[in-house]
Design a protein around this ligand. Structure first.
Ligand code: UFG
Length: 346
């Protein structure tokens, strides 16, 4: 297929480009490089000169997106481009809504106008388990039919965009020009690709696993646990950590399975929850370093416990996580960060 990957220079988007190229697709990555990196784009271009292109543009720039879709005859969009920090979204909600919603609508305008008004055929959206907020206890592990009630502006941007996409897909059906829409609600994504080429390089870095690895590597003196009196067995938050390559496999399966005219939502998570303390224990085991950890106040916007019920994605897409051992996930992240102490600047 011929695929536009928004946010293609970011952590998850770059892994998607790599996998889609390996599968023989034509890929154009579009990124404003606010949080993404030029270097993985250059590496992918060097490896796939004929089937890969990078466009430096904002996804809200409908004119640039339209030109990209038309010139490259792209009919499928994987939409990764977004601001994605829960804590940051509480501090600057309008920025999050402007970027994740307003720019997203700009992207949809281009998707609608593409190919002389025929529009694109397939849209796969990076949604989030943050749309569930704090699910009722009888809904953990979380199924797709769990009520969606986010605890952060970030979660709301993802939920609102799901609604916008459904309305757009329904309009395309009414127009007798249907689209295949898949919304993938990610749990916590971690690790890096097996070849060691791509990794996770965020500025600022706020995610638990890379922050803990930075502490193990001595790049920071210590780290903090945000909240130690949550109603969980050890008092810390629980999350489901899915390896980035398994996550991208879900995209590949969704692209092939969701039929034109269908609207589908799937959770993507391994189906097992780990507390913050359990993750820190894993980073200590993998690194062999007993770094300093402080107890700190709760971070605004954090949900208490979120892990997936993978029944639907298993039965419908045949997806299953290949990497389920948390030390393996952590080791995959650790190895890249150890080999690239300055991230993509190395
Ligand atoms: N945490 C700490 N200390 C840190 C960093 C994080 O205790 O230094 C805790 C957080 O409070 C939270 C857990 O570790 O309880 C995980 O936090 P992350 O920042 O790693 O991830 P989030 O769950 O907040 O958010 C991530 C992505 C979102 C995605 C979400 C799905 O950033 O885009 O996972 O749960 F939607």
């Amino acid at each position: 297929m011929r695929i536009l990957v928004t946010g293609g220079a970011g952590y998850i988007g770059s892994h998607a480009c790599q996998r889609l190229l390996k599968d023989g697709h034509t890929v154009v990555a579009l990124d404003n490089l606010l949080r993404g990196h030029q270097k993985p784009m250059d590496m992918l271009k060097a490896a796939h000169a004929k089937s890969f292109n990078f466009v430096h543009a904002d996804l809200g720039d409908s004119k640039a997106v339209l030109e990209t879709l038309d010139t490259n005859e792209l009919d499928t969009v994987m939409h990764f481009g977004a601001l994605a920090y829960v804590g940051e979204s509480v501090e600057d909600p309008l920025w999050y809504y402007r970027n994740n919603i307003s720019s997203g609508i700009g992207l949809l305008d281009a998707c609608d106008a593409a190919h002389g008004g025929k529009g694109i055929k397939r849209f796969i959206f990076s949604s989030s388990c943050a749309t569930y907020g704090n699910p009722p206890t009888n809904m953990i592990p979380v199924p797709e039919h769990c009520p969606q009630s986010p605890t952060s502006p970030y979660g709301y941007t993802k939920l609102h965009f799901e609604h916008i996409l459904k309305d757009y897909a329904n309009k395309r059906t009414i127009d007798n020009n249907p689209i295949a829409l898949t919304m993938l609600r990610y749990f916590n994504v971690a690790g890096s690709d097996r070849t060691g080429m791509l990794g996770e390089d965020h500025t600022p870095e706020t995610h638990l696993i890379p922050v803990a690895i930075d502490a193990a590597l001595g790049k920071r003196e210590s780290m903090s646990i945000f909240g130690t009196d949550y109603p969980t067995p050890d008092g810390t938050n629980i999350r489901d950590y899915v390896h980035v390559e398994d996550l991208i496999s879900a995209h590949a399966l969704a692209m092939d399975s969701t039929q034109i005219g269908q609207i589908e939502a799937f959770n993507v998570g391994i189906g097992k929850g780990y507390s913050v303390r359990e993750i820190l224990d894993s980073v200590k085991r993998v690194s062999g370093v007993d770094f300093t950890v402080h107890d700190a106040p709760k971070r605004a916007g954090d949900a208490i416990a979120l892990y997936n019920n993978p029944a639907k994605i298993k039965s419908t897409l045949g997806w299953d996580a290949q990497i389920t051992d948390i030390d393996e996930v952590v080791a995959s992240a650790f190895n890249w960060l150890k080999d690239h102490p300055n991230g993509y600047r190395d």
